[in-house]
Design a protein around this ligand. Structure first.
Ligand code: 5RP
Length: 233
């Protein structure tokens, strides 16, 4: 894989927030990739942590890097989740799911005390919506679900991979939804998740606690959430 300096800088920086004994959520994508590699180095140097992965892809990468994984039924708490994003604004609202892992990513983010989001500076936007919003839908009658999405103003496109329908780790499809602009992300989030057949959407509005932005010259900017970190369950 070609090294992307901004993604690498952000991904590696995030690993500095991990402390011994933590349970860590491992994100998905080409930025979280650098975090996982760095965590692997730290583990091999003696750092004791446990991890849960947000996708089969990250699970495999974690195994290759000797990061101890635990099953979800053994998870008592997740201290920190480190994941990428497709878009982020300064309020730490995100669009995620470009890699197709949004459902598991949201479950892990919602169960974590802190969510660190690692991006390069191209992904910081004034207003969410340039990136098509991924919406995970059940395969049954997905065409009807698509019609519902069109009725609320989206232009949904069924995601393909190698000319076949893309199937998520949960056996669902993804409809990438183009909107002119997202004016009220909270209202849209609720509207989407109220459509029968929609499993989850890629708006992550109240999860991120710290945004770590990597620049092409290797420098970093961080933005923290103005509110205190959540407690895990
Ligand atoms: C996967 C995601 C990724 O975090 C998002 O697509 C960003 O990926 P990358 O770091 O490769 O640009 O949401 O579902």
């Amino acid at each position: 894989m070609q090294t992307h300096i901004g993604k690498k800088a952000a991904g590696e920086k995030a690993a500095e927030y991990i402390k011994p004994g933590m349970t860590v959520g491992l994100g998905t994508g080409s930025t979280a990739y650098y975090t996982i590699l760095r965590i692997g180095e730290l583990v091999r140097a003696g750092l004791e942590i446990k991890a849960v992965a947000t996708s089969s892809q990250s699970e495999q990468l974690a195994r290759e890097n000797e990061i101890p994984l635990i099953a979800f039924d053994q998870v008592e708490k997740i201290d920190i989740d480190i994941d990428g994003a497709d878009e982020a604004d300064v309020q730490l609202q995100l669009i995620k799911g470009g890699g197709g892992a949004l459902l598991r990513e949201k479950i892990i983010a919602a169960a974590s005390k802190e969510m660190l989001v690692v991006i390069d500076d191209q992904k910081l936007v004034k207003q969410l919506g340039r990136f098509p919003l991924p919406v995970e839908v059940v395969t049954f009658a997905w065409e009807l679900t698509r019609k519902h999405l069109e009725a609320i103003g989206a232009r949904p496109v069924l995601r393909l991979k190698d000319n076949n329908r893309f199937i998520t780790d949960n056996g669902n499809y993804i409809l990438d939804c183009y909107f002119e602009k997202i004016h009220n992300a909270a209202a849209l989030h609720n509207q989407l998740n109220n459509i029968p057949g929609v499993v989850e959407n890629g708006l992550f509005l109240h999860y991120a606690t710290r945004l770590i932005i990597g620049h092409q010259d290797g420098t970093i900017r961080e933005i923290t959430h103005p509110y205190p970190a959540r407690t895990s369950f």
